[in-house]
Design a protein. Structure first.
Lengths: 95, 233
């Protein structure tokens, strides 16, 4: 149990990191990075999601391996859905 | 796994007879919750996939429609949700330490933040109603948001309508999840006040916490995708 209980200070630190990343994503969106704008936005969103999942949802340090298998399978099938769909629609105009 | 069986757990009133130990019982509940959340990932994933297809197909129209959303209300709501994730994690922490009043306090704080989020969302929806940005017969997207950018082609009304359809479906499903979450937390707060949760039994608080964080993660992706398309003009 104790291995995935953190102090209040640690949780506040994660929150501060999430708030800073929110500020960065708003700032980055207002700078013209050309094709990199959506890449940066999604990278920051994914970093925030990882922080929430690992530390707020206690996946880091969770003793049950089966839980991790379930989470990875969920992410895997989501990426399968998105990448195969994009591979189709993204290449339809190619000649 | 590494708790000693029998003696230490035998008298725990929270332990159901078909589990070997309290830890196994907790892990099973957590695994079940995660299985549900995976179905939720695929549910929202379908909508994100539809969004990406139409965004790729009609990028300029999506960028123009997205520019009419209030970036500061969206960012403010992101901050509110992130704060609520902190109160949730502190509620779970309080439950695990058996601090009844602190648990009730953090649960109520989460409800207040959740209702704040929904209130801001309602204001944003009302703004869209006033601007005739709700898809349907009254839809009319004026190009004031892209004025001064003559290099851009005029906005296609149908494509702008497609953006707002996706906007309302995605944020609407997210808001319904928020309403359910607020309801769950209201129930938890009542039970916590009655002293149902302590060091030995707090599974409902932990699982509702997982649900709340998941809904938070969905918003973490919704905010940049819906509000922050091509904002540098």
């Amino acid at each position: 149990m104790s291995e995935h209980e953190h102090s209040i200070g640690f949780y506040v630190l994660i929150l501060v990191a999430l708030l800073i990343l929110t500020g960065v994503t708003v700032f980055a969106a207002r700078v013209n990075l050309h094709a990199w704008n959506p890449v940066v936005a999604l990278a920051i969103a994914s970093l925030k999601a990882v922080l929430v999942v690992l530390f707020f949802m206690h996946v880091k340090g969770a003793s049950e391996k089966m839980t991790k298998v379930v989470i990875f399978s969920g992410i895997f099938f989501l990426l399968l859905l998105l990448t195969l769909t994009m591979a189709d629609y993204g290449t339809r105009l190619w000649t | 796994m590494h708790t000693s069986p029998a003696a230490s757990t035998e008298h725990n009133p929270a332990l159901r007879h078909h589990f070997a130990s309290v830890e196994q019982q907790k892990n099973s509940a957590s695994l079940g919750m995660w299985l549900f959340l995976v179905t939720e990932i695929m549910f929202f994933g379908g909508m994100f996939c539809a969004y990406l297809i139409y965004r790729l197909a009609h990028f300029n129209d999506f960028a123009a429609a997205s520019s009419s959303l209030n970036i500061w209300l969206g960012a403010g709501n992101t901050v509110v949700l992130l704060l609520s994730s902190l109160t949730v994690v502190l509620a779970v922490n309080s439950a695990q330490r058996g601090k009844r009043k602190l648990l009730v306090f953090y649960l109520v704080a989460t409800i207040v933040l959740g209702v704040t989020f929904l209130g801001v969302k309602a204001k944003e929806y009302h703004d869209k109603y006033v601007e005739h940005h709700i898809p349907g017969a009254d839809f009319n997207f004026k190009e004031e948001h892209t004025a001064g950018h003559d290099e851009l082609p005029p906005v296609n009304q149908q494509h702008a309508q497609m953006f707002f359809s996706l906007y309302f479906v995605m944020t609407g499903m997210h808001a319904i999840h928020m309403i359910i979450g607020v309801g769950l937390f209201a129930g938890l707060a009542v039970m916590a006040w009655k002293g149902r949760y302590d060091e030995n039994y707090n599974t409902p608080v932990e699982n509702a916490g997982l649900y709340w964080h998941f809904v938070d993660v969905v918003w973490i992706y919704l905010f940049p995708l819906l509000y922050l398309i091509s904002r540098h003009h």
